[in-house]
Write a protein that binds this ligand. Structure first.
Ligand SMILES: [Zn+2]
Length: 253
């Protein structure tokens, strides 16, 4: 279940990093993984590329998320899915950071802060829905929000996603494509929706929603985890060359 926007927050913080640019032909992200001696250029290139995936097992704590009649809880199942997604991403060479490890419920802002503290990261929020055709998976990216900056040039916290929407769509379409190959009946492209968790995230960000908690046997969902993990990992790897964040001149290493 994906949460829609509540009332906009008034808090403001600078969005992490500079505005990214997508460049399909950019090869700088490959410079850091060649295994050659670390030249200043190589170290810089590696720093600028996509290295980290922040995984967000949605809900938790007092918020069970979607619940099925068979006692299936979204908040518990997403933790099991995340273990497999994490493993698949690590096999692709990504570092993985989770917004929660166990049955706690960090706030939306806490989860975004975890993502926004990383450099060279994408954000993936995992959900199990109460709707949709069982056995299908949908990827959501946030609805368009015009980027605005205040008089100090700061992007409001609740618009942090705005500069990243194009990259989020590219990333989401790639992950959705791999999911749809595996889970027939899933959409062909990522969909847009008002997703609260994505709105405050200053990185390419998607929500992956698996259908559904209404299955009678939890094993039907468990069987989907390896395919979801594989699709997210392949999607992140395929997205990597498109993700280039310019280094700020004079930035500390
Ligand atoms: Zn959910």
């Amino acid at each position: 279940m994906v949460s829609p926007f509540p009332a906009p927050s008034q808090s403001q913080q600078p969005a992490a990093g500079a505005t990214p640019s997508a460049s399909p032909s950019a090869s700088s992200s490959q410079g850091g993984v060649s295994g050659s001696l670390a030249s200043p250029f190589g170290a810089q290139a590696q720093q600028a590329g996509l290295n980290i995936v922040v995984l967000d097992p949605a809900h938790g704590g007092t918020d069970p998320g979607a619940r099925g009649t068979g006692g299936i809880r979204e908040s518990e199942l997403v933790l099991d899915f995340v273990i497999q997604v994490r493993r698949a991403l690590e096999l692709q060479g990504f570092q993985v950071v989770q917004t929660r490890q166990g049955n706690e419920n960090p706030s939306f802002d806490d989860r975004s802060a975890t993502a926004n503290a990383q450099r060279g990261a994408v954000f993936v929020s995992l959900h199990i829905s109460s709707t949709g055709l069982p056995g299908t998976v949908r990827v959501y990216v946030n609805s368009d929000l015009p980027p605005v900056a205040d008089s100090n040039g700061l992007i409001p916290w609740d618009r942090a996603q705005a500069p990243f929407l194009g990259l989020s769509k590219t990333f989401g379409d790639l992950v959705q494509g791999f999911l749809t190959q595996r889970f027939k009946g899933s959409p062909d492209a990522a969909q847009t929706a008002s997703v609260r968790q994505l709105r405050t995230t200053a990185a390419p960000a998607i929500a992956v929603e698996i259908s559904s908690v209404t299955v009678e046997d939890r094993a039907d969902l468990d069987r989907m985890a390896p395919g979801v993990a594989d699709a997210v990992a392949r999607g992140a790897a395929a997205f990597k060359p498109s993700y280039v964040v310019p280094n700020s001149p004079g930035a500390l290493p």
